[in-house]
Design a protein around this ligand. Sequence first.
Ligand SMILES: Nc1ncnc2c1ncn2[C@@H]1O[C@H](COP(=O)(O)OP(=O)(O)O)[C@@H](O)[C@H]1O
Ligand SMILES: [Mg+2]
Length: 356
Amino acid sequence: MSIIADDNDFVAKKDDVKNPVTKPEVIKESDRAFENSIRPQTFDSYIGQSALLDTLKITIEASKKRGKTLDHLLFYGPPGLGKTTLAGVIGNEMGVAVKITSAPALERPRDIIGILMSLEEGQILFIDEIHRLNKVAEEILYPAMEDFYLDMTTGKSQTVKTLRVTLPKFTLIGATTKAGELSGPLRDRFGIIHRLQFYTYEELAKVIKRTADLLEVDIDNDACYAIARRSRGTPRIANRLIKRVSDYAIVKYDGKINADISNEALDLLHIDEFGLDSTDRNLLNLIIEKFDGGPVGLETIAAALGEDSRTLEDVCEPYLLQCGLIQRTPRGRKATPEAYRHLGYKSLNLEQQSLF
Ligand SMILES: Nc1ncnc2c1ncn2[C@@H]1O[C@H](COP(=O)(O)OP(=O)(O)O)[C@@H](O)[C@H]1O
Ligand SMILES: [Mg+2]
């Protein structure tokens, strides 16, 4: 199925039917190489998240002055906001290597033991999706994080012996989209726990300008803002959009990007001026039309849309909440008057208005 006329195929590629450009949780192999090539490496090139950076700079400086390893850090927040990037930046600023893994790769005890034993003094271990660690791996991690040792058992039932192995002092950086799913004991072992925020338009415009410069793309300031406004507060999306807009500008124009060209290209991607894609709009339309504006439970919404409820909760919803388009209530989700306005519904009836 092609959602857009053929001559626009360079904008709407076949696998974009569900609009993965705007889905920060879906990363294609080709995107991965692109992302790695443009990741900021230092605090100076890492845009936004200023409260977090201020804390980190002080912590890093203090740990350097004391000659001590950095405290364990936990970053959480929706995908694409810069958690992995930040782990790399911290490694560079500390002058230490970062070993990257993710919880699903640590299925067997020997996976986590192997990686812990391979660490050197001061190094950083980055565990992505840390809420998915299994119980056994977590329990191996507790003494490793707290006192830097591992207890390993050898031998069979009657001759079982415990061997205590001392580990070098390392820093664990955990990243998750679901801080709520982390067990209490694991959470408590992090010195700093920080939520990454959605980026402002101004910050995203800077991300876009930086990426355009790296790609040697000619873009004006208004175009940076035009793309920023539709990037869902997320650098990963901003970077994808600038690439798409740049393709469009090369094919249709002379390659230079202004606001009109950006808007034209983004309209073709079906991303509206809030950065909402078809999933977001379907979700809002559903709440408004089928459930009288809500409240309606997330599972019901997911079933009706044929979407995964976790993805809706972790990715779709945080941004819709941030934009003030939905409200979370104990009885489910509600569309706000802003959502009615944005989708072009005339107005709420009086009874609905009184609920806000
Ligand atoms: N603060 C930032 N400044 C500039 N670019 C950023 C920033 N945060 C993220 N990015 C870009 O966005 C992309 C996604 O970031 P990433 O760290 O992989 O997100 P997460 O790990 O939170 O899903 C990367 O390619 C990176 O270049
Ligand atoms: Mg990541």
